[in-house]
Design a protein around this ligand. Structure first.
Ligand code: FMN
Length: 136
């Protein structure tokens, strides 16, 4: 099984989550920036991470999800500035999932971009759970 972590990160928050996720993967693995990825060809599974911009997935991530993940096994991770219990957030996260319509979504994680140990631990837990789920 070959797994890729694809992420987009302007200020480094999502990158830190991506690196924590990557560390938890016990399989053949790559980590790549979204701008360097044209397709998920050659990978059995992809973790895809990006920030919320203007109440939805950041544009490059939205475009990628809409065009490249149909029929693919993926998990998403998202960072945002707003609190995890904010009401508006649920709508924004729903937009992220909607952009990935047609994918086989094995997991979905979000956290505030201002990272602390607890959030990174939760990200690691998310990665472990997804890996357990997808392991043949
Ligand atoms: C252009 C722009 C728009 C943003 N819009 C939102 C938003 O609507 N809601 C929110 O909670 N955070 C918003 N943020 C904050 C980012 O989602 C947050 O800081 C995130 O962790 C940044 O990730 P990065 O460091 O990987 O780029 C926005 C940030 C930028 C730069």
């Amino acid at each position: 099984m070959k797994v890729v972590v694809v992420y987009m990160s302007q200020t480094g928050n999502t990158k830190k989550v991506a690196e924590a996720v990557f560390q938890e993967i016990q399989a053949k693995k790559d980590i790549k920036e979204l701008k360097d990825v044209d397709s998920l060809k050659g990978y059995d599974f992809a973790f895809i991470g990006f920030p919320i911009h203007y109440g939805g997935p950041a544009k490059p991530a939205k475009n990628f999800l809409e065009k490249q993940v149909q029929g693919k096994k993926i998990a998403l991770f998202v960072t945002h500035a707003t609190r995890e219990d904010s009401k508006a957030l649920q709508k924004w996260l729903a937009k992220c999932k909607k952009a990935a319509t047609g994918a086989d979504l094995a997991g979905f994680f979000n956290c505030q971009g201002k990272l602390d140990t607890e959030r990174l631990e939760r990200a690691r837990g998310f990665a472990k759970e997804v890996i357990r789920k997808i392991r043949p």
